[in-house]
Design a binder for this molecule. Sequence first.
Ligand SMILES: Cc1cc2nc3c(=O)[nH]c(=O)nc-3n(C[C@H](O)[C@H](O)[C@H](O)COP(=O)(O)O)c2cc1C
Length: 450
Amino acid sequence: MNSTRQISLVGFLQAQNCTTIPAAWRHPDARHDVTNVDFYRHVAQVLENGLFDLGFFDDRLAMPDMYGGDHVHTVEHGIRCLKLDPVTVLTTMGMATTKLGLGATYSTTYFPPFHVARVFSTLDHMTGGRAAWNVVTSVNDNEARNMGLLEAPPHDERYDRADEFMEVVHGHWDTWEGDAIIADRASGLYAHGDKVHRLDHKGEHYRSRGPFTVPRTPQGHPVIIQAGQSGRGVEFAARWGELLFMANPSLPRATENYEAVKAAVVAAGRDPDQVKIANLTFPVVGRTLSEAEDRQAAYDLLPNLVDDLSLLSEGLNFDFSNRELDEPLAPEDIDAMTGIQGIRNQVLEATGKENPTLRDFVRISGRGRLAHPVVGGPSELADYFEEWFTTPACDGFVIAGTHMPGAFEDFVELVVPELQRRGLFRTEYSGNTLRDHLGLSEPPPGAWRR
Ligand SMILES: Cc1cc2nc3c(=O)[nH]c(=O)nc-3n(C[C@H](O)[C@H](O)[C@H](O)COP(=O)(O)O)c2cc1C
């Protein structure tokens, strides 16, 4: 392993009224000006001052209004009820920074591939090579209902379509040769006609002709982020992803999955060092361990049961509103949970029951809560990161916030210097593009066609 291997840090951001935890907006230090550009500029600058590789926005195309089939509880409790377009917000953050990588989530199920290819290659140009796209297939029927369908397509079918989607996107990204444009006034030649190609894609799910209208970008193409965790999802991630997110709750599980995913990358014919894995982490930081523990205890008073039930319904794509908390769920209920399979499987595995109760789901999934936080002062936090990174169980961390922007301000002030002192994290950016930060080389045109 490379001795200069260093931790990658990803700021897990939401262009919404809270972090992934609804209670975040109730935190006494939380800012509420989340529709104001100054808020996002500030967050971007905090992350850049902390030398983060990138900040990235998650996205959903619906409010979490599956619970009870109604949005009133969602807006009353402020459960991720605002959701701004992440790329627009990201662009403003790009204007407030010069180095920070900028990633956003767009769904392969609801946007046409030509559009997505154009949005992200434009972003890569506008930010001088700092763009990344988090590819998701979207799990939730209420997203489908907002976007012209009645329900989300079945899980594996979404990934089959997504594979073809990626072929179209990468195909378009490759159609402008790097030296196509010469803009020569003397000869009157703007670009070489034989260096701009038409894609002419006609597949099972998509047709897209081209030529594409955005030239090759500073990074070759934006970095591809993916977080598939099921068998089909990992197969997809191993084929396309360059930065993979995982949500492993324990070091042994993370180590096992790290090896399995890197092996899947090799099986897909790719170099495992060119695919970075970052694990989702919720730090609660204080100047000392006891201050951090006090902060955790105070935070745990903020969530409520409606937060949990609403986000469980959303995540599992199943309305729990007519289920009793302590009654075993029916086998048909378990089968009907077509959303994030990892949540369902985690509860079945941890309880050892075929028919867990709703309370089991609330308790074990921790959805809506600060579940599995890493709590401590700078040295406890750095010990944790060092152990996971050197095992190795990951190449970096997706840092999630308890509240905004304080969680990131604290992390940058307290944890980053300790990671630097231990030689685990950069002391300055060594390059300008996101690929430079992540140690990813520019993929040659057509490399994805393995
Ligand atoms: C850190 C992280 C961020 C994610 N962000 C999103 C997101 O913004 N939107 C979304 O629909 N899914 C998101 N997901 C869910 C994944 O795309 C994926 O659907 C999930 O991990 C389940 O894997 P599977 O699709 O293979 O079943 C995220 C997952 C992780 C671990």
